[in-house]
Design a binder for this molecule. Structure first.
Ligand code: 13P
Length: 250
């Protein structure tokens, strides 16, 4: 049985003070849970968050990184830098980065390799645009993104990669994919991994769903056969909402 992994993606929200208040609140309201909890926070919040989650079951991740370890890349942050301050996870290839910052599948692949070089666990995002879904290309798009992202990784690295299936039309729109559709897409991603790396590996990979996940739809999404948790945007900004998603079983 794969565990459930629920990650917050705060995007460009929360100053350090707000981040620390959030953690203090979340710790008091989340009861004992077997869910793995990750907060992916803005760079400037990382160190404050790492200090504030000590002794809790919350882990901290970044939302992006550069693929080189160091060099003349003004304004960038490397995997080596993240590792050095105790970051454990990093989101790679979020659709907002692909869309607004020109990240290609090749860049995503280089970033994944750099994450593993620096002992960071990647959460790699794949997802189709509305027009791709409407023209029946969704599965082709997401399986191709998955294959290109994982290219050249070892089986062990693939098993340690978290994939977030985030249909772009469902992000921040309030439109969630139906649990059946989301599960079908996640299954197709798992089948592609099985085809390349074998079923044993595919069965170990955590594949999340992301896109307007909220307390009211979490339970249904997580009751499917293949969805192993969520990458949550808007509903992760309030500790109360996020804790309800973590406690989806209640
Ligand atoms: P929303 O939950 O706000 O739709 O965002 C999803 C997302 O992009 C998480 O990475």
């Amino acid at each position: 049985m794969r565990r459930k992994v629920i990650a917050a993606n705060w995007k460009m929200n929360k100053l350090p003070n707000d981040a620390m208040k959030f953690i203090a609140e979340l710790v008091t309201i989340v009861k004992e849970t077997d869910v793995e909890i990750i907060l992916c926070v803005p760079y400037i919040d990382l160190f404050y968050c790492i200090l504030n989650v000590q002794g809790t079951n919350i882990k901290i991740g970044a939302q992006n990184m550069h693929f080189e370890d160091s060099g003349a890349y003004t304004g960038e942050i490397s995997g080596e830098m993240l590792k050095c301050i105790g970051v454990k996870y990093v989101i790679i290839g979020h659709s907002e980065r692909r869309q607004y910052f020109g990240e290609t599948d090749e860049i995503v692949n280089k970033k994944l390799k750099s994450a593993f070089r620096n002992d960071l666990k990647p959460i790699v995002c794949v997802g189709e645009k509305l027009e791709e879904r409407e023209s029946g290309k969704a599965i082709e798009v997401i399986t191709s993104q998955t294959q290109k992202a994982l290219d050249g990784l070892t089986k062990e690295q693939v098993e340690n990669t978290i994939i977030a299936y985030e249909p772009i039309w469902a992000i921040g729109t309030g439109k969630t994919a139906t649990s059946e559709d989301a599960n079908e897409s996640v299954k197709a991603i798992r089948a592609k991994i099985a085809e390349i790396y074998g079923d044993d590996t595919a069965q170990k990979v955590i594949i999340q769903y992301g896109g307007s996940v909220k307390p009211s739809n979490a339970k249904e999404l997580f009751s499917t056969s293949d969805i192993d948790g969520a990458l949550v945007g808007g509903a992760s900004l309030k500790a109360e909402d996020f804790s309800k998603i973590i406690e989806y079983k209640d």
